[in-house]
Design a protein around this ligand. Sequence first.
Ligand code: NAD
Length: 498
Amino acid sequence: MSAPTAARDVLADVDPDVLARSEAALATVGLDPLGLDTTASFEVRDPATEEVIARPADYTPDEALIALDRADRAGAAWARTTARHRSDVLHRAYDLIIEQRDRLALVITREMGKPLAEAYGEVQYAADYVRWYAEEAVRPAGNYRESPRGGSTILTSRAPVGTALLITPWNFPMAMATRKIAPAIAVGCGAVVKPAALTPLTTLVVAEIFVQAGVPEELVQVVTTSKASPLSTALLADPRVRKVSFTGSTGVGSTLLALAAQHVVKSSMELGGNAPLLVFDDADLERAVEGALVAKLRNGGQSCVAANRILVQDGIADAFVEGFTERMSQVVMGNPLGDVQLGPVIDDRAVANFRGWVDDAVARGAELRTGGSAPDRPGHFFEATVLDRVPESAAIAQEEIFGPIASIARFTTEDEGVARANSTPFGLASYIFTADVDRALDVADRLDAGMVGINHGIVSNVAAPFGGIKASGLGREGSSEGLEEYQEIRFYNVARRG
Ligand code: NAD
């Protein structure tokens, strides 16, 4: 950890008023949400300064089971409320989130490190899920079918699946929470939420706002802990958990699926990505450069849908690399409370990985076009970096980078581009830049991916079924499909007079 004086130096380039408001926002976070007077705690640090900003309760598996008991009982009562009531509560939660967006954005930036402007964007994106599920809550869920042979009528309905365990990552601490909590509330489930230990504070504020909006106090229980594994093992051993929704790495997702198998628990897994971004010769150059910039640099590159492998066709490659490098070299990095485009990454381990991957790629023949190093300052910073002509043998061509490094390789034919894009066990997002509609749709069909951005660097949208295939996961979040993840289908087969 850096000396406190050095940390203050970094804060010196931040507007004191913004800093004071962020301190005030942090001071509002309730750090013992279960109210168990738990004395054990763990440290949450600001990744821009490495200073400790909060010490939330470090709950044990036994305490998590108390939370489960509460959520399960509250869920049984909540399931009996009307859809209109649940919808109204979610609409109020949306309004309250928007009213409290300064508080939320400041907490997100302090604990996670994304630039404040992006934190405001996340608050709106996260709130949009709450509004979407307020609207979806009252949509008809069942249907009516005639038996093809006659003699009976089939009525289908949807029931809440039961108590849900929701485990979220650190990179979008608010949006990943509301994308799970809002559909659970909308259909009538109780939930135990386990946020990432690196970023638990935003979730605590979100849960408090849901209660302000009229969600029963015990329905959504946030369990902060530094010991994720024993806690989720204990919860998934309890048959009252009927749903697990996880967003995080593929390794942890597989472990949770094995635990969920004990009681055959319905599972949604939003796991790792390794998104290819294909730029074809006929692409609009400016659009491709801007799209790649957003797909690479949003959230400092710490996004599961970040463009991980930029694959550029030979005819446009030099012009693309030149334009893209120019834009990346202009990126302003600094304390995320300031007016910057790039804040810190989440921890030292990430910075060490980036250093190793850049050195390895250059040693194997890649060309470093801009960036490539970690500045000598407190916090976990790494420059916006462009590597061109990265060989497939380089570690960075295989790993999920999760940081501000663009790894570019070149291809000659469409078939080669598609084969390179698909040469990974992952299948979350992918991107295509081309002016040819036929090519865009043909290539999109051939890509192993749950989501394809076409001439667009952003795929996420509340109305879209977010999710991946292969090692990137199971199930979908957002849209109407995201609601079904918290429901069971039933049918009644009703005999009719011959
Ligand atoms: P992670 O898997 O380390 O952690 C995610 C969550 O799981 C955290 O809450 C963590 O505390 C918890 N956890 C860790 N070990 C656990 C265990 N053994 N048992 C139970 N819970 C455990 O992932 P991360 O580093 O927080 O996030 C980065 C990863 O998440 C990347 O691979 C990224 O692609 C993926 N991600 C995927 C999506 C998506 O929608 N597909 C979205 C965001 C992030």
